[in-house]
Design a protein around this ligand. Structure first.
Ligand code: NAD
Length: 255
């Protein structure tokens, strides 16, 4: 039996990288996948390859969430998995950071996850068999060790970590079978790293050396952890934080 057979799964940031890998993996495990993203061309082709649906969803924009919820309700009548995975970096240190950039990063990486959790709970509560589902929020190793060149990113990822726990405990105490966990990738070979690599191609070595395994993650390796959290294999896992970082946070670097 496939691990997500007939589950309806919304993946934000599903047009690229970890989200696209998750869309493919979830679909291969029987899920009906909805790719929510702001990149229509890429998102539509991922959705098509998965036999799923693309929705234009700017996660920072509440009306987009309302529209997405209405479409999902009309089309599927249920929602089982929400992978709040869309995210962006700013590449600006505290001295270079302007308020508009700070607001944009907070809007997408933190407010977007909060709106995603609210939408997930609202729809999952209305599932025909009662409140049930799994929410997975992509944070980062930056939730534990700051990226000095990107305080906005670090602040949002740290926020996602405790936001996820608050949601998890709220749902469990309310008696909902709705789980919520955070996923913390280390450096992963996706498009999000492209601006940093364009500016300084030698950064590739630094990204590889961040993990004691000596290499970055592939998006599919992070998506595999999201699949576990989405599935019933994780039925007793909520409020937890899952690292997929090749051991990066397990030891002091270089000694
Ligand atoms: N790649 C890494 O090294 C790494 C490490 C730790 C955490 N992460 C996190 O993983 C998640 C996925 O990133 P990725 O590495 O796959 O990068 P990616 O750039 O390949 O994918 C990010 C996706 O988010 C989408 N997106 C951006 N703004 C959006 C918005 N407002 N609404 C909806 N979608 C939007 C993009 O269009 C893109 O498809 C992000 O939250 C990122 O912070 C990545």
């Amino acid at each position: 039996m496939a691990r997500l057979q007939d589950r309806v799964a919304l993946i934000t940031g599903g047009a690229s990288g970890i989200g696209a890998a998750a869309a493919r993996l979830f679909a291969a495990e029987g899920a009906r996948v909805i790719v929510g993203d702001v990149q229509a061309d890429l998102g539509s082709s991922v959705a098509e390859a998965c036999g799923g649906l693309f929705l234009h969803l700017d996660v920072a924009h509440e009306p987009d969430w309302r529209k997405a919820a209405a479409t999902i309700q009309d089309r599927y009548g249920r929602l089982d998995v929400v992978f709040n995975n869309a995210g962006v970096v700013s590449g600006r240190s505290i001295e270079d950071l302007d308020l508009a950039t700070w607001d944009r990063i907070i809007g997408i990486n933190l407010t977007g996850v909060m709106l995603g959790c609210q939408t997930a709970i609202r729809l999952m509560k209305a599932n025909p068999e009662g409140p049930r589902g799994s929410i997975i929020n992509t944070a980062s190793t930056a939730a534990y060790a700051a990226i000095p060149g990107d305080p906005a990113y670090s602040a949002t990822k740290s926020g996602v970590r405790l936001l996820s726990k608050a949601v998890a405990v709220h749902c469990a105490r309310a008696g909902y079978a709705i789980r919520c966990n955070s996923l913390h990738p280390g450096a992963t070979d996706t498009a999000i790293l492209a601006p940093a690599l364009q500016a300084a191609p030698q950064m590739i070595d630094a990204f590889n050396r961040m993990s004691p395994m000596g290499r970055m993650a592939q998006a599919s390796e992070v998506a595999a952890v999201a699949l576990f959290l989405a599935s019933d294999d994780a039925s007793y896992v909520t409020g937890a934080e899952y690292l997929a970082d090749g051991g990066m946070m397990a030891g002091h670097p270089g000694i």
